[in-house]
Design a protein around this ligand. Sequence first.
Ligand SMILES: Cc1cc2nc3c(=O)[nH]c(=O)nc-3n(C[C@H](O)[C@H](O)[C@H](O)COP(=O)(O)OP(=O)(O)OC[C@H]3O[C@@H](n4cnc5c(N)ncnc54)[C@H](O)[C@@H]3O)c2cc1C
Length: 387
Amino acid sequence: MDFDLSDEQEQFRKVVRDFAVSAIAPHAEAWDRDHSFPTDVVLAMGELGLFGLPFPEEYGGSGSDFTTLCVAIEELGRVDQSMAITLEAGVGLGANPIYQFGTEEQKQRWLPDLCAGKTLGGFGLTEPEAGSDAGGTRTRAVLDASSGEWVIDGEKAFITNSGTDITSLVTITARTDAPGSGGKPEISTIIVPSGTPGFEVQPPYRKMGWHASDTHGLTFSDCRVPEANLLGERGRGFAGFLAILDDGRVAIAALAVGVIQACLEQSVQYAKDRNAFGKPIGSYQAVAFKCSDLAVMAETARTLTYKAAWLKDQGRPFKREAAMAKLYATEAAVTATREATQVFGGYGFMDETPVARHYRDAKILEIGEGTSEVQRMIIARDLGLPV
Ligand SMILES: Cc1cc2nc3c(=O)[nH]c(=O)nc-3n(C[C@H](O)[C@H](O)[C@H](O)COP(=O)(O)OP(=O)(O)OC[C@H]3O[C@@H](n4cnc5c(N)ncnc54)[C@H](O)[C@@H]3O)c2cc1C
């Protein structure tokens, strides 16, 4: 058994940590306050090679493993969850579907810029009336045989990276069975380039957290794209998206590990520095034990996350482990950020204290890319229960 990351992975962790500390941390509070998406820093993340990590060199990637991507996400997440999700979604939801299911032509067209972080892609599964139950997709794409185009009508909700200055495409799920044909809905996946007439990006949401991450509702109205923009096999789009989400769940767990680690480090430091009743607050068991619990949460969440990533890198099944890592790490992140805020007392409630931002940012981790309830369902099914 070997619990250590390789020397290469540890060196890379240091490179990403240095970047996060120097280029992201000093600005994270302002981006959060102003709800601004820092395109220049995202481009710099691209120059560092972060967006191309798990993809082959022929498409501009570096051919690293999935574990290395998780290391990068964890390190960004330690200072700023918004930039960590921008990377996670850019790689996992933007580029990965095209890499997994694209034709050679689609890969050559889209991947080099996505891998270089010069462009971002979005992943449009969720709709206003279909989230956990994403099979209930109502967006429709009808093939117009005369023009050889898909005609798309519908709506998507909460789509990350869909409206930035550098967004080049959104991959969406849509029903492609003929209206009124009866039977099982046929769901396919289609690439919609940004700027296509009839594709409108709605104004950004006002969110509890992830203020520097880009999230929009999308509408499609008589939106026409070439037939060749079908991604993967017709009718296999939903199954494909679910497979993509297994990777995404491990990556979301890595975001959670990063924020728990941040809470641990900041709480321990504050417990040493802050005095009450003539002694550092860390000399009181109530505070010291919170720090102990944070350390246990960081260790457990990290172990589950890297175990799932390692299984994926070995080419072994990892669906159950991905669900377990996401479930545990994200629920621990919500607990850890709440407890860290408590350690900081009144200062913990002030926006200039990073734990206040961490607390607001953590909640979505239990919801995005499958809620905690959905993870419990996956685990229960693996146990043979008819849930
Ligand atoms: C900031 C942000 C970014 C996002 N980014 C993206 C993105 O890039 N692409 C994308 O496609 N989506 C994205 N999402 C959507 C996200 O994945 C969904 O919000 C999530 O899957 C839950 O769906 P829902 O909001 O429709 O909630 P619902 O599915 O309506 O769930 C509501 C509640 O009911 C529970 N529930 C539902 N069904 C069951 C059941 N069978 N058993 C038990 N409990 C159940 C849920 O767990 C939840 O607690 C994003 C969301 C947010 C907030």
